[in-house]
Design a protein around this ligand. Structure first.
Ligand code: DX5
Ligand code: ZN
Length: 227
């Protein structure tokens, strides 16, 4: 099984985002995970549309934009135009999730749906056939550097099973509290995309941290490791 690594630039030095992205790309990053926070859905405020547009100019790999905002419908078009290749929205804020998912797809962007730690997998039941990926939060969103919530691992398995039941091969992404020491254990549930922020950027060498994380993930998943 292949495992894809998406470094989250939330933990990078925001004055040197270009360098941060280049380093992780040299280390084998498959996507760049961009955490958009509005200070309403989550307590923090981070990156907006103009920053995504600038990142798109320099990134070689696709931008995976995680919208932690109360009203994503207002912004999906702008983030699509700015260069998001993948865009995920939280089920907790969307009364018309089906409409939003299809609006994202109509913009030519992969549509992901995100579950907070306290949100049950059942919330995906009806939308499962339509999604391009599912993001399982393994911390409460808002900040980097938090501890992994253990129940997230069986949850990834349950989401995988739900997608499989509907015949949807969409990957499951896991986000929050993943570090090199634990990556093998987190992978028991076989997520396809792993987000890591502080495990990449709170190290002296983001390129090396990305490479090590990817090697550990691939080894744990039983895939041949390309060096
Ligand atoms: C949390 C964000 C995550 C965060 C992960 O709200 O969605 O993407 O950056 O950071 P770590 O890997 O440090 O938990
Ligand atoms: Zn995220």
């Amino acid at each position: 099984m292949s495992v894809l690594i998406a470094p989250s630039i939330l933990s990078a030095d925001f004055a040197r985002l270009g360098d941060a992205i280049a380093a992780t790309e040299r280390g084998g990053a498959d996507f760049i995970h961009v955490d958009v926070m509005d200070g309403h859905f989550v307590p923090n405020i981070t990156i907006g549309v103009p920053v995504v547009r600038s990142l798109k100019r320099i990134a070689k790999v696709p931008l995976d934009v995680h919208l932690m905002i109360t009203d994503p419908d207002r912004y999906i078009e702008a983030f699509a135009e700015a260069g998001a290749s993948m865009m995920s929205v939280h089920v907790e804020v969307l009364p018309h999730l089906h409409r939003t998912v299809h609006a994202i797809k109509a913009l030519g962007v992969k549509a992901g749906v995100v579950l907070n730690p306290a949100t049950p997998v059942a919330a995906l039941e009806q939308i499962a056939p339509d999604v391009d990926y599912v993001l399982v939060m393994s911390v409460n969103p808002g900040f980097g550097g938090q501890s992994f919530i253990p129940g997230s691992e069986p949850k990834v398995k349950d989401v995988r099973a739900l997608l499989d039941r509907t015949g949807n091969p969409a990957p499951v992404e896991i986000d929050g509290g993943i570090d090199l020491g634990h990556v093998a254990r987190r992978l028991n549930a076989r997520p396809r995309i792993i987000v890591a922020g502080s495990a990449v950027f709170h190290t002296p060498d983001a390129e090396r941290a990305t490479r090590d994380l990817k090697a550990a993930a691939l080894a744990a998943a039983g895939a041949p490791v390309a060096r």
